[in-house]
Design a binder for this molecule. Structure first.
Ligand code: ADP
Ligand code: MG
Length: 286
């Protein structure tokens, strides 16, 4: 297959174009000196992939997301995303870089005093889209996430699933190349979880690279996508869903079962610490 593709490219006399959209090269992050939260992180993600990142609480999943957002810088190693070396981004370039990265969190993070429409329109105002563009794009985006009937509602008047759909609409409105979701269904019941996952799959089908951090083992098993497993700051497995076929599910299942057990054995204190979302701390460690 690969050989065939190469041949086609050369016969058409086109330069070989890399499809890698995210690349981590021996990345480590220490929040406190000498204690790596993640270490020796190596992976590549291709344009258009759908990837789960799983692992118990405290294993470093959110740290990976924050590194990709350039909310934090690695202590060591190199991260290339969408052709940019994140270590070399100047402060003024960071906002522009982030326009290409949509992000969704467990706790939605909507503007509670603005309507659904305003929450989505706001993301376009930030990038100085024209009023005409905003008027056109906002209703279209809200229709895509199934919220046309709720445009005038405030977040507090919506269900959790609906609020997350607003957050997804806001993340997608500026056509990002990558959508990062950190436990996007963590606060949702099964029905809403399924709806949000179907929406994310649909978004991926339209070409956006989607990366989802989750604890939902059942969902990961069911969807048969690529699964990167993180434990104690290390990637311990990376199962590719090649050609849409299932990865070796027995292996993953065993791994996931072990993780769930470890999770069950945690103390209340550990759980409480996990629950305090590190994203609330929004400084960019410049
Ligand atoms: P996960 O998202 O998998 O639960 P995190 O990436 O949030 O894991 O955390 C990985 C490790 O880094 C944990 O040990 C956590 O306590 C630590 N950590 C995360 N954020 C900070 C921070 N801002 N300062 C110090 N330690 C942190
Ligand atoms: Mg986390």
């Amino acid at each position: 297959m690969a050989r065939l593709a190469e041949k086609t490219t050369s016969s058409e006399n086109q330069p070989a174009v890399s499809n890698t959209v995210i690349s981590f090269n021996d990345v480590a992050k220490e929040y406190d000196k000498g204690i790596p939260a993640v270490n020796h992180i190596n992976f590549q993600i291709e344009r258009g992939e759908f990837v789960f990142i799983v692992g118990e609480s405290g294993s470093g999943k959110s740290t990976l997301i924050k590194l990709m957002l350039r909310e934090i810088k690695p202590t060591k190693g190199k991260i290339i995303i969408n052709g940019r070396d994140l270590n070399k981004l100047k402060k003024w370039q960071i906002a522009k870089y982030r326009r290409k990265i949509g992000v969704v969190f467990q706790n939605y993070r909507l503007l509670t005093d603005r309507t659904v429409y305003e929450n989505v329109a706001f993301a376009q105002r930030v990038i100085e889209a024209s009023p005409e563009q905003i008027k056109k794009a906002t209703p279209r985006m809200l229709a895509q996430v199934g919220l046309s009937a709720k445009t005038k509602s405030f977040p507090g008047e919506l269900s959790g699933g609906e609020q997350q759909r607003v957050a997804i609409a806001r993340a997608l409105i500026n056509n990002p190349v990558i959508l990062l979701a950190d436990e996007p269904t963590g606060n949702l019941d099964q029905k809403n979880t399924d709806e949000i996952m179907n929406l994310l799959l649909d978004i991926n089908k339209h070409g956006t690279t989607v990366i989802i951090v989750t604890h939902d083992h059942e969902m990961v098993k069911r969807l048969k996508k690529r699964v990167i497993t993180v434990r104690n700051g290390f990637i311990v497995s990376d199962h590719k869903a090649a050609d849409g076929k299932a990865p070796d599910l027995d292996d993953i299942e065993e791994e996931i079962r072990r993780e769930a057990e470890e999770e069950d054995n945690k103390s209340g204190d550990e759980m409480a610490i996990d629950y305090i979302d590190v994203f609330d701390n929004n400084d960019y460690d410049e």
